[in-house]
Design a protein around this ligand. Structure first.
Ligand SMILES: Nc1ncnc2c1ncn2[C@@H]1O[C@H](COP(=O)(O)OP(=O)(O)OP(=O)(O)O)[C@@H](O)[C@H]1O
Ligand SMILES: [Mg+2]
Length: 355
């Protein structure tokens, strides 16, 4: 099902938690809502489910305007962080429960619940109570219970945050498998960039109630819309080298280092910028190469298969993946050039992307 949000806004008193948020989410996709704590992810999910009324804007499911529809008429399956299974019911009874509410006949209920139990791999556990299950198994049951009604939309709010690191990895692959097998359109809330990058078709990245970018995971990384997006994605984080443009050159804030970089061509004199470079996007250039960043090597590191070096450009320190066969030594002066991808220029005040 296609989900269209038109300028949806949520105000709590004078505080705006979600501000004129518009996006169209495509049928059958897994979409991650990503952003730091408090940016409005759960608020958006709760407006989609109908638990929270909107303060403004419209929500459309395919051709239906559902903005004013009560939650039970929206055809939604919900999965939360804390599983929220009924403790006195068995696994099978838990999965059956939404169908019982809908007065589906018992035989059909059990048949559909068993199908779901198989899909999420808890069919061996159907007679157990929730307290006799691991966290991952409980979350599987919660997903089966959310899917048994065959919802038009599956909403998952940080479903993995109660699980330990190893189980998180396993369960995120499982959620993706289940989503692909059922073909259900799903919105998955997380503040974990790696989780979002690894399982989604598209990511919505939020900040302070405002959408920053809606894109495919790799496109967010390769083509960030602004400084916030560039900083939010990537591990290690992107290197920001502050500088100011003087006579068409990139000059460190203390004026001690400068470079004639093609990337700053056409930028206004006096503009304060961040040269943002992913750690994998530096290369060591020959000494007299043009258009490079003159730096000093401050350290070299080997960590298993990873080879890194640290550098300074004027007062700014940063790290890069560098092939150490270059024979770099601490204290050495080098010219750093850039690869074709992972190099951006942002306005320092507004965060607007310039290049
Ligand atoms: N009922 C409410 N009354 C007042 N403010 C609220 C209410 N619910 C949420 N907020 C505020 O709205 C903002 C967004 O909250 P929301 O729960 O959507 O954030 P989130 O992105 O889900 O964060 P987290 O990652 O911590 O779960 C926060 O600043 C929060 O304090
Ligand atoms: Mg939340």
């Amino acid at each position: 099902m296609q989900v269209r949000l038109k300028e949806i806004t949520k105000r709590f008193g004078s505080f705006t938690a979600v501000n004129a948020f518009s996006v169209t989410l495509e049928d059958g996709e897994m979409i991650c809502l990503l952003g730091p704590s408090g940016c409005g992810k759960s608020t958006i999910l709760n407006m989609l489910s109908g638990i929270l009324p909107v303060s403004g804007g419209e929500i459309w499911f395919d051709e239906d305007n559902v903005t004013k529809l009560p939650p039970e008429e929206r055809g939604i399956g919900l999965v939360f962080q804390n599983y929220a299974l009924y403790p006195h019911m068995t696994v099978l009874e838990n999965i059956c429960f939404p169908l019982e509410i809908k007065k589906v006949p018992k035989a059909e209920r059990v048949e559909r619940a068993m199908k779901m139990a198989k899909l999420v791999h808890v069919d061996q556990l159907i007679n157990r109570k929730p307290k006799e299950l691991s966290g991952g198994q409980q979350q599987r049951v919660a997903i089966a219970r959310a899917l048994v009604k065959e919802p038009r939309l599956l909403l998952l709010d940080e479903p993995l945050s109660n699980l330990d690191a190893r189980l998180r990895l396993e369960m995120r692959e499982e959620i993706r498998r289940i989503q692909l097998e059922t073909g259900v359109t799903a919105i998955f809330v997380t503040h974990d960039q790696e989780e979002a990058m690894s399982i989604s078709d598209h990511i919505v990245l939020m900040r302070d109630g405002v959408m920053q970018q809606y894109d495919k995971p790799q496109a967010l990384y390769d083509n960030p819309a602004n400084q916030f997006v560039a900083d939010f994605l990537g591990n290690p984080p992107i290197n920001n080298i502050p500088g100011v443009i003087r006579n068409g050159r990139f000059v460190s804030d203390d004026g001690q280092a400068e470079a004639a970089l093609p990337i700053v061509k056409g930028i206004n004199d006096g503009q304060k910028v961040n040269l943002a470079v992913r750690s994998e996007s530096f290369v060591v250039a020959p000494d007299n190469a043009a258009g490079t960043l003159p730096c000093t090597v401050t350290g070299v590191f080997k960590m298993g298969k990873e080879e890194m070096a640290s550098f300074t450009f004027g007062p700014t320190a940063f790290r890069a993946y560098i092939d150490l066969e270059e024979g770099l030594k601490e204290g050495q002066k080098v010219q750093l050039a850039f690869k074709n991808r992972g190099v951006f220029l942002f306005d320092r005040e507004s965060g607007v992307r310039l290049v």
